[in-house]
Design a protein around this ligand. Structure first.
Ligand SMILES: Cc1cc2nc3c(=O)[nH]c(=O)nc-3n(C[C@H](O)[C@H](O)[C@H](O)COP(=O)(O)OP(=O)(O)OC[C@H]3O[C@@H](n4cnc5c(N)ncnc54)[C@H](O)[C@@H]3O)c2cc1C
Length: 374
């Protein structure tokens, strides 16, 4: 019997596995290999090559988690031998920077985390970041290195590698049932395995509730997201060296809260600038078939058009080769802050990552382990 069984090999589950195994817990982590989106049963939030990482957050707790996670990347990269962090900085731009919620606690962030943002006028912004449209008329606030982006797939591989080096068992399967008892849990998998553990941590992202893995419900919603990948050539990517990750307070009837990564070479060998956003066409998902149908979807013409238009407006000089839409999913908690909850004496769940916790997955996983053993 294991001390801890973790359901879900995402940023949080794999972070939990790293910390549990490091603390000497007999650890098992269960989750499937990534498969093609068209046939994947549990396509998850981190199946991508870029996730922004920065210290700007709506409250100090989230910022401290991000800061702690940023500090741990190098150790995880070194132990695993897998690189996943690029410290290119994160730039926020707007006509009114107060629209970014974190600017209301800027002084507290700088004091408690011990760093300084850099400010840019519309003119100095273009001088420093010449890839931007010179007519934007926006001001900027820059959170420099070690902020930037992580490759979430590589980060998860690195966390899992560390966990396995420390003795954790990795089971590549989908959990179909979690049965809590007074003194242990029993986990059943799709391939017919039965796993027993003293404690379970449920970290299956959008699927935790949809698979019936929460012994008591934890309030959260599941929301669709859409991103656009703007393809550029390798030569263009070279000219954009030094481009930061960005958060963009865009003005649009269709999209809001946009963010983007600098050029990243994806697993297909092509270079893309990825832009994501909320949109008025996002829907709240209620069932597993509805989510699986959404993930297999390819065509979101209105959102695609608005996201492409924003990329072209921001970077009129970049010669994009083409654009493609990719669907994704996030979870939200009513408070906007992720919930680490004991849903049973033997089961701890992490729910409601609010579209921003890939970067801090390792630290959130650590807190889930602490809560589980408390
Ligand atoms: C478009 C988009 C952009 C984002 N941008 C950012 C960003 O810039 N920065 C940032 O920090 N965060 C960002 N996020 C949010 C971030 O990706 C999530 O917060 C993070 O991935 C949550 O991690 P998780 O481990 O909880 O869930 P997931 O990443 O969803 O991982 C869950 C894992 O559980 C597995 N699983 C599911 N069901 C089962 C089951 N029944 N049995 C076993 N395993 C199961 C899945 O296969 C998956 O591996 C973004 C999300 C989206 C969708």
């Amino acid at each position: 019997m294991y001390d801890i069984a973790i359901i879900g090999c995402g940023p949080i589950g794999s972070g939990a596995a790293r910390h549990a195994s490091r603390a000497g817990q007999h650890t098992c982590i269960i989750g499937p290999h990534e498969q093609a989106r068209a046939s994947h049963q549990v396509w998850s939030s981190h199946y991508d090559s870029g996730r922004l990482t920065h210290r700007s957050a709506r409250n100090i707790q989230l910022a401290l988690w991000a800061n702690e996670a940023l500090s741990a990347y190098a150790e995880i990269e070194q132990q695993s031998g897998i690189s996943f962090h690029v410290a290119c900085g994160t730039l926020s731009i707007s006509r009114d920077l107060r629209n970014f919620r974190y600017t209301a606690i800027r002084d507290e962030l700088e004091t408690q985390l011990g760093f300084r943002y850099e400010d840019f006028t519309p003119t100095s912004l273009i001088t420093r970041f010449p890839m931007l449209n010179p007519s934007l008329g926006m001001t900027g606030i820059y959170d420099g290195a070690p902020s930037g982006y992580v490759d979430p797939r590589a980060m998860v591989r690195a966390q899992l590698t560390c966990a396995q080096q420390q003795g954790a068992t990795l089971v590549r399967d989908i959990v179909t049932q979690l049965i809590p008892h007074d003194d242990h849990v029993v986990i059943q998998t799709q391939d017919g395995q039965t796993i027993r553990a003293a404690h379970a941590i449920v970290a299956a992202g959008a699927y935790s509730g949809l698979f019936g893995l929460l012994p008591t419900p934890v309030p959260h919603t599941i929301k669709t997201e859409t991103v656009v990948l703007g393809e550029i050539s390798a030569d263009t990517a070279t000219t954009l060296a030094g481009m930061p990750s960005m958060m963009v307070d865009c003005v649009s009837d269709v999209i809001s809260d946009a963010y983007l990564t600098p050029p990243i070479c994806y697993p297909d060998g092509k270079w893309y600038i990825k832009l994501g956003s909320n949109s008025v066409h996002d829907v709240f998902v209620e069932s597993l078939p509805q989510l699986q149908q959404w993930i297999r979807n390819d065509a979101m013409p209105t959102v695609h058009g608005a996201q492409v238009a924003l990329l072209r407006e921001l970077f009129p000089a970049i010669p994009f080769i083409g654009f493609k839409s990719v669907p994704c999913v996030i979870t939200r908690s009513p408070s906007g802050v992720p919930q680490i909850v004991r849903t049973h004496t033997r089961v701890t769940a992490v729910v409601g990552c609010n579209g921003a916790l890939a970067k801090s997955g390792d630290v959130v996983g650590k807190h889930a382990v602490t809560a589980s053993l408390a």
